[in-house]
Design a protein around this ligand. Structure first.
Ligand SMILES: [Zn+2]
Ligand SMILES: [Zn+2]
Length: 370
């Protein structure tokens, strides 16, 4: 039955083009099921013959695909790992969000219950004013940007026909992809100017919430560094006191004192750790924004740079409008006062552009004269 083999062959090739890799167990089961459906005249095909036919088709399909290279092989070998990570991330979804909310709330709770009375009792009025003002401003910025980053849709390309410029077709959604759009395996759809999928937000970071994501990281880092620095002496006192808790005779600390010591230590360790880790991440994203790249484009551009270098050419990122312009576009700063109203205060202004069309300007041109 020649037509049977051609159907199966076409199926294997399609599958390989779509998912890169037909060697995953569920696909084998699916394939055998297809073979079973298409059995036709072959009344009693031996299971060995079926598996042999499958292996032969796999081998043939590998030659069939002219696009195969080391990257496809790498993706193929790690496909099961990627699928597992996607599955776990999707399953955990809200767990990470609850974790962020609970940990942040615990720090804020300690700040109000333990630190605020200490500040009010021991500090001079100017220092009290500084801590109250800065602390609340930082807290509002964190809460606003986290809420907006998690609840703003990153932006999706239109699924119906449109006239906008497209650069390729998504193999999974089977829809045209505008420039900078990428497919997210966890969201299972294409994302405009996709940066990455963030499990801490349970949302993709794309065109419409990239600024909220970055601002959240920045203000969370600032908040952690602020807690870590201003609580340093309290931490050292609490740490020394904690060491005497277990001495004999026991020092005259009440239960309340011990709880205060422990919560100060918890707060300092958590904020210092998060401050360093998130600080590094924020710094890296700041470098990317300065270059006019997303996290995904970082990989594409470095590969492209190497490829062009082989031909003796210099690759130039078409979305890099020079450092200051990249920041103005990213933050939506269109006039001088926006540095305060749109950057240092909570602002829900939409990003520059619609995420579908990307005007490519000469690198030197000042897009927004400020
Ligand atoms: Zn897609
Ligand atoms: Zn996603």
């Amino acid at each position: 039955s020649k037509s049977k083999w051609s159907i199966l062959g076409a199926w294997v090739v399609c599958y390989q083009q779509t998912y890169h890799f037909p060697f995953v167990l569920p696909n084998c089961v699916e394939f055998l099921f297809l073979l079973f459906l298409l059995r036709g005249q072959n009344r009693l095909p031996l299971w060995i013959r079926e598996i042999w036919a499958y292996m032969r088709l796999l081998a043939k399909s590998l030659y069939f695909n002219s696009l195969t290279d080391s990257d496809v092989v790498f993706d193929s070998v790690f496909e099961p790992v990627f699928l597992t990570v996607d599955y776990v991330t999707r399953w955990f979804g809200l767990v990470f969000v609850y974790l962020v909310v609970i940990l942040t709330s615990s720090i804020v709770g300690i700040a109000y219950v333990v630190l605020l009375p200490l500040i009010l009792n021991t500090y001079s009025p100017p220092w009290i004013a500084w801590h109250v003002c800065y602390g609340h401003w930082n807290l509002i910025m964190i809460a606003f940007h986290y809420y907006k980053a998690a609840n703003t849709s990153p932006g999706y390309p239109p699924t119906e026909k449109h006239d906008g410029p497209v650069v390729s077709v998504c193999k999974k959604c089977i829809i045209p992809k505008p420039a900078r759009t990428h497919h997210c395996g966890i969201c299972n759809r294409c994302i405009l100017k996709m940066d990455h999928h963030c499990p801490w937000l349970n949302n993709c970071v794309g065109h419409f919430n990239h600024r909220y994501f970055f601002s959240f990281c920045l203000f969370m880092t600032l908040g952690c560094v602020y807690c870590s620095i201003s609580g340093r002496n309290l931490f050292l006192d609490a740490y020394n006191a904690l060491e005497t808790h277990y001495q004999t005779p026991a020092p005259p600390y009440t239960f309340k004192d011990k709880m205060i010591h422990k919560s100060i230590i918890y707060m300092w360790v958590l904020t210092s750790t998060v401050g360093v880790a998130l600080g590094a991440l924020t710094f890296w994203h700041a470098v990317l924004i300065s270059r006019g790249e997303t996290s995904i484009e970082r990989h594409i551009n470095s590969k492209e740079t190497k490829r062009m270098a082989k031909w003796g050419k210099v690759y130039r990122n078409p979305f890099n409008y020079s450092r200051l312009n990249n920041w103005k576009i990213f933050l939506g700063v269109e006039k001088r006062s926006h540095w305060v109203t749109r950057v240092l205060l909570p602002s829900a202004h939409p990003p520059h552009g619609d995420g579908l069309t990307w005007a490519v300007f000469p690198v030197k041109k000042d897009l927004i004269p400020v």
